[in-house]
Design a protein around this ligand. Structure first.
Ligand SMILES: Nc1nc2c(ncn2[C@@H]2O[C@H](COP(=O)(O)OP(=O)(O)OP(=O)(O)O)[C@@H](O)[C@H]2O)c(=O)[nH]1
Length: 327
């Protein structure tokens, strides 16, 4: 079928047809005992490509925070996907920043480094519109690694068919050994195929994590991430990037958790913006965050938010370490 034969189709439908024609189908071996497969699947890509959205969609619940702003994800996070005969240890990673401007970004990139070395499978997430300039070295590293790679072209709901077709061809030339799968993480398109493909590449192995475990991160991490997400959604420009959230105290009680969290900023002027006139801004931020934390914990929560200034924390290695960043 020539590319032009697809032209009247909706990109999502095109994506499904593409898969039928091009994705190497995994053959089901006829075996008497179904073997357990397990492995590490590292999700990589530029900022804002939909890596966290993809992770959440696979799990059917919100584990990683998502905002329309680039560089929302700051730390590598493991999420463990289980079936009876399968365990996929997914890593959501911060988006690759090609030119860092401050030490926090360097630390975010330091968290990605090991993700190029400890994977059984790479899932590279990109969309059909974003150029690939400057990625040559990274892609060469992936190509040389010989680790099975699935290039996921995300957000097919947003692109034209022509853009999608071009992007598929482009990725075939960039990573000839990789397989390519158009998806929409937001609409759940082709996620079943993604799981099937990843599973076919994983080695036979016992589970690495307890099957009840969902993540390597403690509950407090998710609480701080929810607050950080609300800051990203409520404030513009540099403010979200200048903020960190830390839990000062967390008291678990029957039926109610009392949480005191600090929003760390770099300057007094940022503190004033977050608090807002008469405390209006921080009040709304607290209400939004509390509602989501309660839904996540399935429990009532008393949330006390305070803003603290820690001058230039994003550029100070000792302070970054204190806030949980990699050196
Ligand atoms: N239309 C559409 N939007 C999507 C899709 N997937 C993700 N998005 C949006 O893209 C934006 C970025 O999504 P994220 O999941 O935070 O992207 P990320 O790659 O984790 O971003 P970083 O934190 O910068 O690394 C959000 O506004 C998502 O809602 C998709 O399939 N379709």
């Amino acid at each position: 079928m020539s590319p032009t034969s697809y032209q009247l189709l909706h990109p999502a439908m095109w994506a499904q047809i593409y898969v039928l024609l091009h994705l190497k189908q995994t053959t089901t071996k006829k075996i008497f005992f179904s073997m357990h497969k397990a492995g590490f699947v590292n999700i990589l890509g530029l900022p804002n490509m939909g890596k966290s959205t993809l992770l959440n969609a696979v799990f059917g619940e919100k584990l990683a925070i998502v905002t329309p702003k680039a560089q929302t994800t700051r730390h590598r996070m493991i999420a463990v996907y289980n079936e009876d005969d399968l365990q996929i240890v997914f890593s959501d990673t911060p988006g690759i920043i090609q030119k860092t401007h401050y030490k926090m970004q360097e630390s975010m990139m330091a968290e990605i480094k090991p993700a190029f070395e400890d994977a059984d499978v790479f899932v590279w997430v990109h969309d059909a519109k974003t150029p690939t300039e400057g990625l040559e070295e990274i892609l060469k590293k992936i190509d040389n690694s010989k680790i099975p790679t699935l290039v996921v072209i995300n957000k097919v709901d947003l692109c034209t068919q022509e853009q999608l077709l071009k992007s598929v061809e482009h990725w075939h030339s960039l990573l000839p050994k990789a397989e390519i799968l158009p998806i929409s993480a937001l609409e759940g398109l082709n996620l079943d195929l993604l799981l099937k493909k990843v599973k076919s590449w994983l080695p036979e192995a016992p589970a690495y994590y307890d099957k009840e475990e969902l993540s390597d991160r403690p509950m407090r991490y998710f609480v701080t991430e929810i607050i950080r997400e609300k800051i990203f959604l409520s404030f513009q420009q540099e403010i979200p990037y200048s903020c960190e959230v830390v839990i000062n105290s967390y008291k678990e009680k029957d039926g109610l958790d009392a949480i005191e969290a600090y929003i760390i900023v770099e300057r007094d002027s940022q503190k004033n913006i977050i608090i807002g006139k008469g405390g209006e801004k921080i009040k709304h931020l607290g209400i939004d965050a509390r509602k989501e934390i309660e839904a996540f914990l399935q429990k009532r929560v008393f949330l006390n938010l305070q803003v603290k200034v820690d001058k230039d924390w994003r550029n100070n290695p000792a302070k970054l370490k204190r806030y949980g960043f990699t050196e």
